[in-house]
Design a protein. Structure first.
Lengths: 419, 289
């Protein structure tokens, strides 16, 4: 209405009347909405994605969203005959993650939310899920509390917990040596890994020869590396991620230790290694999924193919976590034939998909996804541009032990509550 | 124990030289132009990316050409943006350069993607140097030498050439220098470009050590500001002493209290500011009071 605006920028009478009548039409429209509700069947359903668009977790956020997108495309962006779209908001910190999720619930009217590149924002969003009764899948959070002490009926988690990852990698490290040096990030995740790995070390009668907490965002690790060099451990157990891990590996190699003292990070993402390149990559790592794992079931192989076709590079573990979360959500909606929150929760609690001889599903009493965990090692000679890792083993060795691996009710300590 | 201490102190000094190189450009720009350049870290990042990109075409010459190109980008930025901020409120320059930093980071993400750029030291500089208890790497020694050479050349330039005199005088009293018939705007553009080229050179040197991602700027900008604050705004000698001090303090904190190592430089800053509110070598400058 710029034409009707008075020159001094204030509204003149004509503009006022026009906008007032516009408002009247708009409110009449909302009053009459009960009569057009039949058209709602065609109105797209929405799935909310809350993943990082900026900061340390940007790349992980991008991979998670791209993976989730593939799952939607695989069903032609239609579930129960209704088009489904996604909205993607940022999560720069736990407070904003909460606000954005709340906005999705209140204003965007989403049917479910998938989100969380890290444990901090995921825990924050889990509380919104509980309060607003909104199904929420934490795709990439490892802290045990999400499906432990802080668990709730509306929150599900796709990534394996830190104790599971530690149980998987520990035997491989113990076979190298029993003097371990711990270098862990100074926050929930790092201390969680330390607690679990220390327990595994004590169980085999090993010795802790050093322990350092590194502040999040450390760029130069040379002084830490000097301490490791001095302590002469058999293995360095790491619990640092993203940028920090890339920095550490680069500098560890710079100090020529990569062939002398092996390093292991029980939880790692592909992009941490891709960002430093094949030349600088080394170590033993735990991951929930690997794109070239020959034992991947047909559905996972289809996803891997679709992803690399769309993005020109293999799917990372984060992409798989995004895909798996979205795929389980779609499956739950189809199973219960409904977009209602309670029905989606019921669907997620009962849906099972096949993974070779085992079944993958969210456990009904703690909402943790049960899926095998891989232990991998950087190959001695890397020939592929993307595939740096070879399989050392997987946990559990026997598919029947999956439930035991993820912990008993007493160990996990989750009480879900009612719908 | 004494051996451990020596080894950590030397390691801290070596790291400190990198901080000095990042901070010296910032201090030049503040001292001469009176601009608090929040985009310094972004130019540091740009330096790293240009060096990596160019070195795949022209080898290690990329480490000289890269910072020069970024310096030219810096000069263009001065002409288009920074020039309008001279003599204005400091807050304004903070906001504008902060905006520029976000813009550059987004541009980097757009061109090179959010992922990291793999990069290692050249094979001739790989390996460890051991000298008694002192352990460092050949590449870190090279960074130390290059930084020392750049600083010596810069000092000689300021001290012994007429251009250096103009720069020093222009920093103290721009009006007087203009009245003497010197084309000050041109001098300012050159000074800004030079400060930016130094940031870019630091970025290029850090590329083989640090993971090169669009947010590498964050890792550089805070130590740079703390260095300049501890050293005293606008003081080149202050930046050098402060950079080395931060390196050593951080290294020793890692030895004895690792979880506090990120906070160490801020604690150092607090102590210095309590004792000397203008920083170690800060003087009273009429135009900044």
């Amino acid at each position: 209405m710029p034409k009707e605006r008075a020159k001094d920028g204030r509204l003149n009478r004509r503009a006022f009347i026009t906008s007032a009548s516009g408002l009247a039409v708009a409110s009449a429209g909302s009053l009459s909405s009960p009569f057009i509700s039949s058209a709602r069947a065609q109105e797209p359903a929405k799935v909310g994605l809350v993943f990082a668009k900026q900061g340390t977790w940007t790349e992980q956020g991008e991979h998670l969203v791209n993976g989730a997108k593939v799952a939607l495309e695989q069903v032609g962006s239609k579930v129960l005959g209704r088009p489904v779209e996604f909205v993607w908001l940022d999560e720069p910190n736990p407070q904003v993650a909460q606000q954005n999720m709340q906005k999705m619930v209140d204003e965007m009217k989403v049917s479910a939310v998938i989100g969380g590149t890290n444990s901090g924002t995921s825990l924050a969003m889990a509380s919104v899920a509980k309060r607003s009764k909104m199904p929420f899948i934490a795709a990439n959070a490892a802290a045990r509390d999400i499906t432990g002490k802080e668990c709730n009926r509306y929150t599900f988690r796709t990534l394996a917990t830190t104790p599971v990852a530690c149980r998987a990698v520990a035997p491989h490290l113990a076979s190298i040596g029993k003097n371990w040096y711990f270098l862990v990030a100074s926050y929930v995740f790092g201390l969680d890994v330390y607690k679990s790995m220390k327990a595994e070390l004590d169980a085999v009668g090993g010795k802790e020869v050093g322990f350092d907490e590194t502040p999040l965002g450390t760029t130069d690790f040379s002084s830490f590396i000097l301490k490791i060099r001095q302590a002469k451990p058999d293995v360095v157990v790491l619990a640092i991620q993203g940028n920090d891990l890339s920095n550490f590996l680069k500098q560890y190699k710079e100090f020529g230790l990569q062939d002398k003292i092996p390093v292991c990070n029980p939880v790692i993402g592909d992009s941490d290694l891709w960002s430093i390149g094949a030349e600088t990559s080394f170590g033993i790592y735990g991951k929930p999924w690997h794109f070239s794992d020959p034992s991947n079931p047909p559905a996972d192989k289809e996803f891997a193919a679709a992803y690399s076709k769309a993005h020109g590079r293999p799917a990372s573990d984060k992409a798989w976590l995004g895909w798996q979360s979205m795929r389980m959500l779609i499956g739950a909606i189809q199973k219960e034939q409904s977009f209602e929150p309670e029905k989606i929760v019921a669907g997620l609690e009962t849906l099972q998909v096949r993974d070779g001889e085992a079944l993958t599903y969210y456990r009904d009493w703690d909402h943790q996804l049960l899926h095998r965990y891989l232990v991998l090692r950087v190959k001695k000679k890397i020939t592929d541009k993307w595939d740096y890792l070879e399989l050392l083993g997987q946990s559990p060795a026997n598919p029947g032990d999956l439930d035991t691996l993820f912990g008993s009710k007493a160990e996990v300590g989750c009480t879900l509550g009612s719908l | 124990m004494i051996e451990v201490l020596i080894s950590q102190v030397v390691n801290g000094l070596v790291l400190g030289f990198l901080y000095v190189l990042i901070a010296i450009g910032l201090t030049i720009i503040f001292g001469m132009l009176g601009i608090i350049n929040f985009a310094h870290g972004a130019f540091f990042a740009l330096g790293a990316y240009f060096a990596i990109m160019l070195s795949s075409y022209i080898g290690w010459a990329g480490f000289i050409v890269g910072p020069l190109i970024v310096g030219i980008i810096g000069m263009l930025t001065e002409v288009v943006l920074i020039r309008r901020l001279y003599g204005k409120e400091p807050l304004l320059s903070l906001i504008v350069t902060f905006g520029a930093a976000l813009f550059i980071e987004a541009a980097i993400r757009l061109v090179w993607g959010a992922g990291g750029q793999p990069f290692s030291p050249p094979s001739i500089l790989t390996g460890v140097v051991e000298f008694g208890p002192i352990v460092t790497t050949k590449y870190r020694v090279a960074v130390l030498v290059i930084t020392a050479v750049i600083l010596a050349a810069f000092w000689a330039f300021l001290r012994f050439t007429p251009y250096g005199r103009i720069l020093r005088a222009g920093g103290r009293d721009p009006q007087m220098v203009s009245l003497l018939g010197i084309n000050l705007p041109l001098v300012m553009t050159a000074a800004f470009g030079f400060g930016i080229a130094l940031a870019a050179a630091a970025g290029a040197l850090a590329a083989p050590l640090w993971s090169v991602k669009p947010n590498i700027a964050e890792a550089a900008v805070m130590p740079a500001f703390v260095t300049v604050t501890i050293g005293g705004l606008g003081s080149n000698l202050g930046a050098i002493v402060a950079g080395l001090l931060i390196g050593v303090t951080t290294a020793l904190t890692i030895q004895f209290w690792p979880e506090a190592s990120a906070a160490a430089m801020y604690i150092l800053m607090t102590i210095v500011l309590l004792v000397r509110p203008r920083g170690l070598f800060g003087e009273q400058w009429e135009r900044f009071e």
